[in-house]
Write a protein of this length. Structure first.
Lengths: 210, 278
């Protein structure tokens, strides 16, 4: 009897803790399931964009719950980052730097993965949509931080090259619920393309570091 | 007139873009940036004097009064939310629950309902051409332009009090914060923070009343770059395309729920559309 009581209490605490982790403003699991069902009945496949794009992975599920004043709890964030970090595939030959000129082109172009895009063409990274990178390009967004002088400020070290590669590959590994797409993990950019973008950030000759 | 106007606007756009380019040469200088923004606002105000959306509004008024469909009747008895035939101010109360359809409806959805119930079109026919394109002018865009124009200068006043309306609002909120697809994007990615830009385009924070009012009351809009009046349904459809989601279906329940969330957040804002945008 006593054991049952303890179990019941433990269960109640677990439920309360679970609720606290759900975040949002009182939105519940049931509410989110209802919204997803509504979305599934409201979108249609178009070209390469199939309905499975509405199936969220753990990162998307978690990050959809925290917004505004609902900040992701530290332990949840750390767990999420650790799992994403473990999934990063670094280049087998340990080479992180490609061609910064090719990287600049990737940073400029935003095509790829929209249902209006031809999936046969390579995707862009569209870095300038959110980041300042070079002084030559004044049309840059401010959703992400300025990356001007990225390598110059942080040092042109192999460790920093590796970090930059990992960040572009999977930004969630370093900053839970970042707005930045996981370019490698989600196969938006190829290994070579990420190396080129890393060169744009880390090559001393790149205009980013001028 | 229909032909010359967009051409003249095109020149104005190039001129304004060039002016902005010069002003934006010093990106570190905050003062020059705000001057650039002021210049763009001036340019927009100048465009507003001759908004080609008026052509859509005029065509929409004709279509509203014209006998159409298998039953050969007009839409003049359509209840848009303020009673049968009331167009003035109707857009300020939408989306809204309608007892006759048993659904929460936005303007576009309500027009489909009236085209079916009054004019005898099938739902498929009524929804067939939701958006215009090159060489294709569609009745829906014109009707939307006309009806929304009749709320210009009036305050947004969405009730969201009926349980079905509240349900739509809550679901719309979930959809707004829903991140997914290959890029992990949601509406919130671009519209959840203050003072953000994508490239040089300012992004309203739609979770804040002031931005929500300003943004919502500026749709529909004549898009200079496309030469079309774009409805709110189009706006949502194109946002999800850029989010890399599948295609949002015209007047789908999710589209209406999201509209309810955004429209109610804009309550109190003075409606000022069809507007004109780049």
């Amino acid at each position: 009897m006593k054991n049952v009581k303890i179990l019941a209490t433990a269960a109640a605490v677990a439920v309360a803790a679970g609720c606290a982790h759900m975040g949002g403003s009182g939105d519940s699991e049931a509410q989110r399931a209802k919204a997803l069902a509504l979305m599934k009945s409201s979108f249609k496949e178009h070209g390469q964009a199939k309905l499975d794009r509405l199936d969220q992975d753990e990162v998307q599920k978690t990050c959809s719950q925290y917004h505004g004043e609902q900040v992701i709890p530290k332990d949840v964030a750390q767990k999420l980052e650790a799992a994403q970090l473990a999934s990063i595939k670094y280049p087998a030959d340990g080479k992180y730097l490609g061609d910064w000129k090719a990287g600049e082109k990737i940073a400029q172009t935003g095509v790829g993965m929209q249902y209006s895009d031809d999936p046969k063409n390579p995707s862009g990274g569209n870095c300038y949509a959110c980041h300042e990178l070079t002084k030559a390009e004044v049309s840059y967004g401010t959703i992400g931080p300025s990356l001007y002088n990225f390598g110059k400020i942080r040092g042109f070290t192999p460790e920093m090259q590796k970090y930059a590669y990992g960040k572009v590959y999977n930004s969630e590994a370093f900053s839970a619920c970042s707005n930045m797409p996981r370019f490698g993990a989600h196969h938006i950019l190829t290994e070579k393309q990420i190396q080129d973008v890393v060169a744009l950030l880390m090559d001393p000759a790149s205009p980013v570091n001028k | 007139m229909n032909r010359t106007r967009p051409a003249a606007l095109g020149i104005a756009v190039v001129a304004a873009a060039a002016a902005f380019g010069v002003l934006a040469q010093k990106p570190d200088d905050h003062l020059s940036k705000s001057t650039a923004v002021q210049e763009i606002e001036k340019y927009r105000a100048a465009l507003g004097d001759g908004n080609p959306a008026e052509l859509w509004e005029a065509r929409g008024e004709d279509l509203w009064k014209q006998k159409r469909g298998p039953r050969n009747v007009s839409l003049e008895q359509c209840d848009l939310g303020l009673g049968a035939g009331v167009v003035k101010g109707a857009y300020t109360v939408l989306p809204k629950y309608f007892a006759d359809s048993g659904k929460v409806e936005d303007l576009e959805s309500r027009l489909v309902t009236c085209m079916v119930n009054l004019q005898g079109f099938t739902a498929e026919q009524a929804k067939k051409d939701p958006f215009g394109g090159p060489g294709k002018k569609v009745p829906m865009d014109a009707l939307v332009a006309y009806i929304t124009s009749q709320s210009r200068g009036m305050k947004m006043n969405v009730a969201a009090s009926h349980p079905k309306e509240q349900e739509a609002y809550d679901l719309g909120k979930e959809i707004f914060f829903f991140r997914g697809g290959p890029h992990d994007f949601g509406c919130v990615t671009c519209h959840g923070n203050d003072n953000m830009r994508i490239r040089l385009q300012d992004l309203p924070n739609l979770t804040k009343p002031e931005d929500a009012k300003r943004a919502y009351t500026s749709w529909p809009a004549y898009r200079v770059s496309q030469g079309e009046v774009r409805s709110f349904q189009w706006r949502l459809n194109d946002c999800f395309r850029q989010q890399r989601f599948p295609e949002l279906e015209f007047v789908s329940p999710a589209s209406i729920a999201l509209t309810m969330f955004l429209a109610k957040n804009a309550n109190g804002g003075v409606f000022d559309a069809p507007s004109i945008k780049r």
